[in-house]
Design a protein around this ligand. Structure first.
Ligand code: ADP
Length: 309
């Protein structure tokens, strides 16, 4: 079943900027979907249309068979949205912030309170329930936004750059929670230019650039189509590398650091075995760049300024 069906979506802003140039996109129920693209690609515009903040110029949007043009409020009720900017009343308590939101969706007080408690506990905010929002740290505010986005139990959660500005530990704890919710059936759509995030979380990815979808595919297919991967090897002692062949090419950066370009399909084990046979002692080996970054370069033939992990 389709959670989201976007057909020929266009948005031209007043000044004549074509932010979306006929986007087609389908997200299946239960997917963890990444909308990946550099700054200015059109991601926020697309999310804005879904959430009613931006009026589309033309095209169709359906969320679980509800048409945005026919029943915008029913579309809205099925969506939970966590935006980039923190739009709270900072003097309100955490409890009220989440609980009042449930009220907007017509959920009765008892059920709203049950959900509020559950979410605040799950997102490790329970001990802050009575505190005003302004007392929270940046990471806590983000989690509170997530609690507020989920309290009406939406079928689709939309996250616009959810972990921008969060340190790595907070980012990962948020990932764990989102993965749990996704496994329990929640469809999640994430916009990001943190490539690592899309790769870690999402099973499907659409790449958007300049208002056009460049690719839309399962994550593993996209990663699998990479022509080559570059790995960075640290050697335990300086050594002469084996001769290059079609599958692997080496570049020595300094006596203990070597880059290896590997054709797709070669496993790390094969590389290690070759190196051992050649008498090279490898201390560590890791991908040089995020593979989605390399993929983006493959697709558009250039490095994108907004795509730095
Ligand atoms: P992203 O979220 O991928 O960074 P946006 O959807 O914000 O991309 O922007 C897409 C394009 O539309 C950009 O060229 C941007 O400058 C333009 N744009 C966004 N919002 C407006 C607006 N309110 N008025 C005019 N142009 C806009």
């Amino acid at each position: 079943m389709e959670a989201l069906n976007i057909h020929q979506l266009r948005k031209t802003y007043g000044a004549g900027v074509e932010a979306l140039k006929g986007v087609d996109l389908k997200v299946q129920q239960g997917e963890f979907f990444a909308l990946l693209g550099p700054n200015g690609a059109g991601k926020s515009t697309l999310i804005g249309i879904l959430t009613g903040l931006v009026n589309k110029t033309s095209g169709k949007v359906r969320v679980f068979d509800e048409d945005l043009d026919v029943s915008p409020s029913r579309v809205k009720a099925q969506l939970g949205v966590m935006t980039q900017e923190l739009n709270f009343n900072i003097f309100e308590s955490c409890w009220n912030t989440v609980n009042f939101q449930a009220g907007y969706y017509g959920i009765d007080w008892k059920e709203a309170s049950r959900r509020t408690e559950q979410l605040l506990r799950d997102l490790e905010l329970w001990d802050k329930a009575k505190q005003p929002v302004r007392n929270l740290s940046g990471g806590m505010k983000r989690r509170l936004m997530l609690a507020r986005a989920l309290v009406h139990d939406p079928k689709v959660l939309i996250l616009d750059e959810p972990t921008a500005g969060l340190d790595i530990e907070l980012r990962r704890s948020l990932w764990v929670y989102l993965q749990k919710r996704n496994e329990a059936g929640l469809t999640i759509i994430l916009t990001t230019h943190y490539l690592e995030e899309a790769e870690a979380l999402c099973n499907r990815v659409a790449i958007i650039d300049q208002g056009t979808i460049l690719r839309d595919a399962p994550m593993r297919d996209l990663l699998g189509q990479l022509k080559k991967q570059t790995f960075l090897l640290e050697l335990a002692e300086s050594a002469t590398m084996p001769a290059d062949d079609e599958q692997i090419q080496y570049r020595t950066l300094d006596p203990l650091t070597v880059e290896a370009d590997m054709a797709h399909g070669i496993t790390m084990n094969e590389v290690f075995e070759r190196l051992i046979r050649a008498g090279v002692k490898v201390q560590s080996m890791r991908p040089k760049a995020n593979r989605l970054e390399e993929l983006f370069i493959d697709l558009v033939g250039k490095k994108s300024k907004g795509l730095t992990a």
